[in-house]
Design a binder for this molecule. Structure first.
Ligand code: SAH
Ligand code: SF4
Ligand code: F3S
Length: 482
């Protein structure tokens, strides 16, 4: 495992090993020589900055990038004015792409002032050929570009960028490799994301993810459990199991296992207190999973169950493979079995062909399911997806109107839902010092609701009972019970 590998013992003058992860450790050792050279030249350790766009999976990937950067000798910083800047990009909606281009424009000026600075780009956006073309044509100051499938080769690519001049571009179309045991630098010492699977096979007609993340691949349960055991032994009390559709976890393994089966094993890990997961596709959510959640002491009372649309007609065109009625029946069953659960969701407004009547169907589902929170997105046309070439794109004005209506209902119902625990005492995992008000801490209930309360920073990482005195919209103000 990575903690046991001593980079100084690796012979960097030998040929690089073929097998992984040994090959990457060899390149880490080589990079470290380069970084030491920079340190001698500048009289200080060079700094590195990672910026993540997009989902939890990207956030976890960035922790892996940071793990390698630190391992090779960079000092990690929150300041974009760093010697090495890497953007881990997202392309799920066009505004994610626009943000990256905007930030790159700023970096260009910075690099003019400091030509020794290195700039790298990776992540989902890089898997799109049109993006690479644009970068090659107009963003020549970028040093290194790689994609989602070869992120495990970061050390090797970094090494190349020290050795070679000019822009390095390395994008793979797909991969079936899963490389274990590379370094990771976690953002929080007490909680961690864990990839359980990569890619997606669902091809929802609006979504770019299957094209940029490739086919579904599950990690071996033993690798996952070993990683979590090690984390728990190191003080991690909460894990979030990550996948685009965790409900289809394990189906393609040599020895198939269900997601519920995996959860049963994770539950047994000593020291671990809380288990979360993301995301559940409604079409694959099994009765076995509901049962495991119901019986579990550790699985959090929160389920993110993306609806996307409440109209069966739209759902069919979205290729979601459930109807409005099936979704409602599922939500009802979950509520019946686990009454204290918080259900949250994702909704898209403005999908091609969507009428105001369809939007009413979505609103009807929101009212009936009563979400604790819903992320509402305006449909974004993604080149290459089936929906992008559907003829009946919805006019902007109508989309706006539908979006505002959905948002209003979401907010009204969420406010009521969140408030239902006012006056009770809840177990809260203390996560951080409140950024806005001195003396306050911020923690999270099992059902994912945030609570702010007075307390001392030593409590961070602990689970404490907190009285939920006052609900303020979507969070609580509380006080610790002794
Ligand atoms: N795998 C997850 C979602 C990943 S993307 C799932 O299936 O639930 C996160 C969310 O982005 C999606 O749930 C969807 O609501 C939204 N999204 C995806 N593609 C989009 C698009 N083209 N336009 C607007 N929103 C989109
Ligand atoms: Fe995209 Fe659908 Fe896969 Fe989620 S399940 S990542 S929305 S294609
Ligand atoms: Fe974005 Fe890629 Fe996640 S497109 S939402 S970062 S999988």
């Amino acid at each position: 495992m990575y903690q046991e590998i001593d980079l100084d013992k690796i012979d960097i003058h030998a040929e690089p090993p073929i097998e992984e992860p040994a090959r990457q450790y060899y390149y880490m050792a080589k990079c470290r020589e380069w970084v030491r050279g920079l340190e001698r030249k500048n009289g200080r350790r060079p700094t590195a900055f990672t910026q993540t766009f997009g989902c939890q999976m990207n956030a976890r990937d960035s922790e892996k990038l940071a793990g390698i950067l630190r391992q090779v000798g960079y000092e990690m910083t929150d300041d974009e004015n760093a010697d090495f800047v890497i953007f881990n990009t997202c392309t799920v909606r066009d505004n994610a792409n626009q943000r990256v281009y905007g930030r790159l424009g700023e970096l260009k000026n910075r690099k003019k002032r400091n030509p020794a600075m290195k700039i790298a780009l990776c992540g989902c956006m890089m898997q799109e050929p049109a993006v690479i073309e644009k970068l090659r044509a107009s963003y020549r100051f970028v040093d290194l570009i790689f994609g989602t499938h070869n992120i495990f080769r970061f050390a090797e690519l970094l090494c190349r960028s020290f050795e070679e001049q000019g822009m390095i571009v390395d994008i793979w179309e797909d991969t079936d490799q899963i490389v274990e045991d590379l370094p990771v630098e976690r953002k929080y010492p007490f909680k961690s994301g864990i990839n359980i699977m990569f890619g997606c096979n669902n091809f929802c007609s609006y979504c770019i993810v299957p094209y940029v993340r490739g086919r579904e691949r599950s990690r071996e349960p033993e690798d996952i459990l070993r990683e979590i055991r090690r984390l728990a032994a190191g003080g991690v009390v909460e894990v979030m199991l990550l996948g685009q559709n965790v409900n289809s976890y394990g189906k393609n393994l040599k020895e198939p296992i269900t997601f519920a089966g995996l959860l049963r094993e994770v539950e047994k890990i000593e020291g671990l207190e809380r288990i979360r997961f993301m995301t559940s596709h409604p079409k694959d959510l099994s009765d076995e999973l509901i049962q495991v959640m119901k019986e579990s002491r550790k699985i959090c009372r929160h389920l993110h169950l993306p609806l996307q649309s409440g109209s069966t007609r739209v759902l069919e065109r979205m290729n979601r493979r459930y109807t409005k009625e099936q979704y409602l029946a599922l939500a009802e069953k979950i509520r019946r079995e686990i009454p204290d659960i918080a259900i949250t969701t994702d909704i898209i407004v403005g999908f091609p062909g969507e009428t105001m009547e369809d939007v009413e169907d979505t609103i009807d589902v929101i009212r009936r399911v009563r979400y604790d929170n819903a992320f509402t997105f305006i449909y974004s046309r993604r080149t290459g997806t089936p929906a992008a070439s559907m003829p009946d794109q919805v006019p902007e004005e109508q989309v706006r109107e539908g979006f505002d209506r959905v948002l209003k209902v979401v907010q009204d119902t969420a406010r009521e839902q969140v408030a239902r625990y006012q006056g009770q005492v809840a177990e809260v995992l203390v996560e951080e010092i409140n950024e806005h008000e001195e003396g306050l801490l911020t923690g999270r209930m099992s059902n994912n609701t945030l609570v702010h309360f007075p307390g001392s920073p030593e409590l961070i990482g602990r689970i404490v009972p907190v009285a939920l005195d006052k609900c303020q919209g979507f969070y609580y103000m509380g006080r610790i019970m002794r």
